[in-house]
Design a protein around this ligand. Structure first.
Ligand code: PGA
Length: 246
């Protein structure tokens, strides 16, 4: 592990995988891997397993966890939704916002995501706001325009003095095994950094989309990449550990 890897963020998005017993098994194995216990890891399990992270991770300063989604109100008649307050109650410190699967499958738009970012910050939870272009948008040469729009609307209600993380996840790279190449990541992260600057915001920028042991080293070396948002490869302790050690 490179020494600067101490501050590099490894965020594990488990999506709709792992029962509570599978999660316990993962955490027992993970916490026995001495060589990675210094890394800064954030876990995003299904919300039904968050209590296990509270039980097992609270004594580790560098490990944290959060939800994959939440509602932008704290209570009310919103059947089936999870309040940021419930997440706090379980010791969560983060929440993913605007993952492309939420945007596509659950029709979440930029305006709704802006409200989620706002409510999370108001309750001292850090949003990890996901942005990224589809393959059609990339082929049409509109990647930068799309990123700018997603950020300008999605971050329109955030507060400058509150914490925020951005994840650049090109939609075409998620779950496909095909990560963006160094040049594409470099350019997108620079665009994101510039938009943040124009908005008076500062935030670490993670890369996500088919991060795996084989490409982790190359992706880590790219300027302005402050961490990874890892889906499939974060489900097994071995592959997550290899990414951390790369
Ligand atoms: P992947 O997913 O690593 O499986 O491509 C990343 C994500 O969806 O956050």
């Amino acid at each position: 592990m490179k020494s600067e890897a101490i501050d590099f963020i490894y965020a594990a998005n488990w999506k709709m995988f792992k029962t509570t017993s599978e999660t316990t098994e993962f955490l027992n194995l993970f916490l026995n891997k001495k060589e990675i216990l210094q890394a800064q890891c954030l876990f995003f399990p299904p919300s039904t397993s968050l209590h296990l992270f509270k039980e097992k991770l609270s004594s580790y300063k560098n490990f944290s966890y959060g939800a994959q989604n939440c509602y932008p109100e704290v209570q009310g008649a919103f059947t089936g939704e999870i309040s940021p307050l419930f997440l706090k109650d379980l010791g969560a410190k983060y929440c993913l916002v605007g993952h492309s699967e939420r945007r596509k499958l659950f029709l979440e738009n930029d305006e709704l995501l802006a409200k989620k970012n706002k409510t999370l910050q108001e309750h001292a939870l850090t949003p990890i706001f996901c942005v990224g272009e589809t393959i059609d948008e990339r082929n049409a040469g509109t990647t930068n325009i799309v990123l700018k729009r997603q950020m300008e609307i999605g971050l329109s209600l955030v507060q400058k003095n509150k914490s925020l993380i951005i994840a650049y996840e090109p939609v075409w790279a998620i779950g496909t095994g095909l990560s963006a190449n160094s040049e594409q990541v470099l350019e997108a992260h620079l665009t994101i950094k510039n938009v943040l600057m124009d908005m008076g915001l500062v935030a670490p920028i993670l890369y996500g989309g088919s991060v795996k042991p084989e490409n982790a080293k190359e992706l880590k070396a790219i300027k302005n990449v402050s961490g990874f948002l890892i889906g499939g490869a974060s489900l097994e302790v071995e592959s997550l550990a290899k990414i951390i050690m790369a």
